[in-house]
Design a protein around this ligand. Structure first.
Ligand SMILES: [Zn+2]
Length: 137
């Protein structure tokens, strides 16, 4: 795999594109992911439970953003807790659903960046062992 900068990986993650080629979409629809990149055949889910780590990313972002929002709105804007609680509850219920695709994409991009050789081990779907240089297959 050619050297790809971390910024490129993050850019592709934000666009919900394959971290390796930047062309293939990660998702078939809002929820369902492709098994492999439709363009370069990169296997997205490397092992069962692979995307469990993305839940930690999503949770971490939610915990930090909710804390920052609470601090800013309660102590900065002096909004009372009873008025703030419904807003933060809705935020905490909806944002993980909205962000789960980006958390998976970010997780995949970070893993592909940190372990590009590991991704090479899973890139060939052809059981005959032919090379993966032709992405049209
Ligand atoms: Zn790809």
């Amino acid at each position: 795999m050619a050297e790809i900068s971390y910024g490129t990986f993050i850019s592709r993650a934000l666009q919900l594109r394959c971290p390796r080629c930047g062309v293939g979409p990660l998702f078939k629809n809002f929820i369902t992911m492709h098994d492999r990149c439709p363009h370069c055949s990169l296997k997205y889910e490397r092992a069962p439970g692979y995307f469990l780590g993305s839940i930690y990313l999503n949770y971490g972002f939610m915990a930090i953003s909710t804390t920052v929002a609470y601090m800013a709105l309660h102590y900065g804007a002096e909004i009372s807790n009873p008025r703030l609680a419904p807003f933060l509850l809705v935020y905490c219920l909806l944002m993980p659903l909205i962000l789960f695709r980006y958390a998976r994409s970010w997780w995949l991009a970070m893993d592909c960046y940190c372990d590009p050789i590991g991704f090479g081990r899973h890139e060939n779907p052809d059981p005959n062992g032919s090379s993966n240089e032709d992405p049209s297959k």
